[in-house]
Design a protein around this ligand. Structure first.
Ligand code: EPU
Length: 374
């Protein structure tokens, strides 16, 4: 065995012994593989994923800045481990313990980083909570992100799946981001075009998935703002509140009210928001489906395809409010799977597969999961 691996193994074994000693009540010295880094072993991830799944990471590091990532890359024992970058853990389903290093992005800070005729530029560190960041921008009087209020998760995770809700997608206000490139050790800057944004998709799910760790994101918030009320339910909510000329804050409050009615609060019921993406089908396929299912809920896309409301498809298959043991389907929005108690990731996956099979059989449509499954 090469010496470097032997050293890592013996260090790991001594760390493992310390953890066992700690469980027996002896004095516990936190294991440190690299003198600069507080690596924790056998770390529970239960509080770090919004499904509340009880899984562990063999190694865990709270990342407070790029120096921590550099130190991981420079340490042969750490850099050879599998990595999982964790933000708010709101788009993740853990089906087993993670044998590798969890990098929990915890760097904080929000600044106004620029200003020109059209926009105010605001830069937030990856570890900021997304919703707190949106509320901060609104409190400063910078509109733009209000339709994205109350989305769980962190700023650093937001570009990965190009978060979207109530007629707005992140890419509309995204300006650029900085990321640490594990391959080269450099901090790289990516523009909107570089990120290849699409529906719940970006380069960070593809070419850069194993490579880049997002450090900070800059948004260009418009100086001349127009409310975005394209989403019918949002317009109806504002009408019900007798608001005809809404401010960004009014829209944020309306979005928070709608989300709170339909989506379970992850601090109370474990969930990861929509479990499936809304599937896109060709116009021909859509027209065939419409003959058989005239109530089909759909959204025409600019490329000619038609997106179907996955929640409606699942609801039609009778899954809303149903469960398989502790893995359930939310009773107010069939697109959301919930942990009703002590569900394991595998139980949730089993439920997801059953739903996929039923939707395939009834509509011949394939549903694709939205969260990252480990
Ligand atoms: N519907 C049903 N039954 C259900 C759920 C939905 O019939 O149980 C039908 C309703 O007719 C409803 C339509 O489906 O009008 C669409 O439902 P909804 O407005 O709740 O939106 P969605 O397409 O289910 C998407 C996003 C949500 C986002 C909302 C609002 C995806 C995968 N999901 O859901 O995002 O909040 O639109 O913009 O695109 C998330 O990604 O985690 C998420 C919550």
């Amino acid at each position: 065995m090469p010496r470097i691996i032997e050293e890592a193994v013996s260090l790991f074994l001594s760390v493992d012994q310390q953890v066992k000693d700690a469980h027996r009540g002896r004095r516990y010295n936190p294991p440190v593989m690299n003198s600069q880094l507080d690596i924790r072993h056998d770390q529970s991830l239960r509080a770090l994923n919004t499904f509340g799944i009880d899984a562990k990471a063999s190694a865990y590091l709270q990342v407070c800045g790029v120096e921590h990532l550099r130190a991981v890359r420079d340490d042969p024992a750490l850099s050879s481990l599998r990595r999982l970058v964790l933000g708010g853990g709101s788009n993740l389903l853990l089906t087993r313990d993670f044998d590798g290093l969890v990098l929990h992005m915890s760097n904080k800070g929000i600044v106004v980083s620029g200003d020109d005729e059209r926009s105010v530029y605001v830069t937030a560190q990856a570890g900021e909570s997304w919703h707190d960041f949106v509320q901060w921008t609104l409190a400063q009087g910078y509109p733009g992100l209000e339709n994205l209020s109350l989305i769980p998760g962190s700023v650093g995770a937001s570009p990965i799946q190009n978060i979207g809700a109530y007629g707005t997608e992140l890419e509309e206000y995204f300006h650029s981001l900085k990321a640490f490139d594990f391959q080269t050790g450099d901090v790289i800057e990516l523009s909107r075009a570089d990120c290849c944004f699409a529906y719940r998709d970006s380069i960070f799910k593809h070419e850069l998935s194993e490579r880049a760790v997002i450090l900070e994101v800059t948004f260009a918030l418009p100086k001349r703002w127009q409310p975005n009320l394209r989403y019918a339910e949002l317009a109806t909510e504002l009408e019900a509140r007798a608001i005809s000329q809404p401010t960004a804050k009014d829209i944020s409050e309306a979005v928070i009210a709608i989300r709170s009615r339909k989506l379970p609060d992850p601090t109370k019921i474990g969930n990861a928001g929509s479990f499936f993406k809304n599937p896109a089908v060709s116009r021909e396929r859509y027209e065939q489906l419409l003959i058989e299912h005239p109530q089909l809920v759909s959204y025409p896309q600019t490329d000619g395809s038609v997106k179907l409301a996955a929640g409606w498809l699942i609801d039609q298959c009778g899954w809303k409010g149903k469960s398989l043991g502790p893995a359930g389907v939310h009773d107010k929005q069939a697109l959301v799977l919930v942990n009703l108690g002590e569900a394991t990731g595998s139980q949730l996956m089993k439920l997801a597969s059953r739903i996929q099979e039923d939707v395939k059989e009834r509509f011949d449509v394939v549903l694709e999961p939205e969260p990252i499954v480990i």
